[in-house]
Design a binder for this molecule. Sequence first.
Ligand SMILES: Nc1ncnc2c1ncn2[C@@H]1O[C@H](COP(=O)(O)OP(=O)(O)OP(=O)(O)O)[C@@H](O)[C@H]1O
Ligand SMILES: [Mg+2]
Length: 310
Amino acid sequence: MISFEHVGKAFAGNVAIDDLSLAIDEGEFIVVIGPSGSGKSTVLRMLNRLVEHDHGRIVFAGEEIRRFKPEVLRRRMGYAIQSIGLFPHWTVEQNIATVPDLLAWPRPRVRDRVTELMELLKLAPETYRRRYPHQLSGGQQQRVGVARALAGDPAVLLMDEPFGSLDPVTRDSLQQEIARIHEASGKTILFVTHDIDEALRLATRIVLLDRGRVVQVGTPREVLAHPTSKFVSDFVGGSDIGIKLLGLDTVAAYVRHGETAAGEPIAMTASLREALSMFVVRQVDRLAVADDEGRTVGAITLSDVVKPRP
Ligand SMILES: Nc1ncnc2c1ncn2[C@@H]1O[C@H](COP(=O)(O)OP(=O)(O)OP(=O)(O)O)[C@@H](O)[C@H]1O
Ligand SMILES: [Mg+2]
C-alpha cells in the first residue's frame, strides 16, 4: 500500500535519509525506531509531504505521492505528533473535528464522532470538549492529538512519538488502545518511537534506522533473536535481549495441562517475562496457571520458560 524506493533526502547538503527502500502492506503496524537524528520523523514527514523527498519514489495507493495534492494526502493519512500540533485558539472539539469539518460532515455526525473519540481516549467529553489546549495537561493534549488523527477514519495513521511525555500507566493504556484500534480496523500504521519496549509490543515489523540508513527490518522476534549487527543488538536490548524475548510469548503455549502447583495461579495470558518474574519473587520453580475465568487449568515450570519456543 506504501512503498519507498531508493528514497533520499538532504537538508542543506546534510543527508537525513539515504537510499531508503521499504514496502509496507495494508494493515501493517510499522514501528520506526533509532537514535535521535537518525531520520525517523523525516520518513513520516516525507510521506505526507511536509517535506519533499529529493531522490527515488514514494508510492501510496498505486501513485507517486507527488501526484496527490498535499491536503488530499493529509486527509487520507492521520498524523499525530508529540506535544505540539494542536491549534491553540480552537477548542478540543474543534481540534478533533478538523478533518471531519474539512470533509463537510453534517454537524450531528461530527459531534457524535468527537464524543466517541474522547470516550475512546478517556477524556470525559462534557468536561473537556470546550476547553482550549492550554487548559489541558501535556498527556491530555497528546490524547487530543491522537483523537484528531483518528477522526476522519483515515486508512493510514502516522504517529510520531505520540505517547512521548505520558506517565507509564497512561502510556500503557494508550498502547493497549492503539493495538486494539489496529486489530479492529486493519489500518496501516507507521509509528515512531525511541522506546524499544513500545516497539516490541506494538510492531508487526520494526524498522531500525541509524544516521539515515535502514540497518534492520524485521518482526520483533527476528530483530531480537537475529540482530544483524552489534549496533542492533545493543539498541534492541543488549544484555536484556533474552528477557525481552520472553516478553513476546505468553504462558498459554507452555501450560502442562492437568498438572498442579501450590499458590495463587498466573494467568494464561501473562507473558513468560511476567512468569519469570513471579518465579523469582515467590522463590518457586512451579506455578499454577489459570484461564480467563480464574479456573486452574495446569502448571508451568521454571525450565519450561527457557525451552525452545514452540
Ligand atoms: N527541516 C529541517 N531542516 C534542516 N535539517 C533538518 C530538518 N528536519 C530534520 N533535519 C535534520 O535531519 C536529520 C534527521 O532528523 P529527524 O527529525 O528525521 O530525526 P529523528 O530520528 O526524528 O530524531 P528525534 O528522535 O530526535 O526526533 C537530523 O540531523 C536533523 O537535524
Ligand atoms: Mg523525530
